[in-house]
Design a protein around this ligand. Sequence first.
Ligand code: IMP
Length: 194
Amino acid sequence: MRLCFASNNAHKLDEIRPLLPPGLELLSLADIGCHEELPETQPTLEGNARQKAQYVWDHYGVACFADDTGLEVAALGGEPGVYSARYAGPQREAADNVAKLLRELGDEPNRQARFRTVIALVLSASDVREFSGEVPGTIATAPSGERGFGYDPVFIPSEGDGRTFAAMTLAEKNQLSHRARAVAGLVEQLKTLN
Ligand code: IMP
């Protein structure tokens, strides 16, 4: 089976690839000739995941899935949530987003947060399925770790050993992460299609 992952984020592709069954041919957007920015204008993670996957189906006719992720911080009323990518502005700079998050939290003692990922799978015009995954954690007071992307340098998963996602190997992050949990649902579903 051939399936496109509707994302231009190479980090996400690296995370997802080892989680998929060997028989599945994973195509990138470049592989299907899609070089434009995908629309992401919905007010929910679910809406954005569907919008991105649906766009690829509508314009390229390829079965595909897309993910949308948000970091929800309790003391900030669930922000940045669906606006995580553009938290510090339209340039979508990870370092700026992290800096703004630490600034907004200041010395707030409640640093509870969670990552939530929604995956939308579009198999045909009338067959759209959805999977989600989340991981609880806390926001560190300063960034640490060199790996990962986005908010990884300040996110410490509760089920880990106190390190941020950015201090973990890709395999370690995949043991716990929101995205790996959503992908597990996707993989279960794909198995039933074969
Ligand atoms: P999107 O799903 O690409 O729209 O991501 C929303 C925002 O969350 C972006 O700023 C990403 O960098 C960030 N993000 C998404 N997934 C992760 C992750 O696994 N770790 C850290 N940050 C992430």
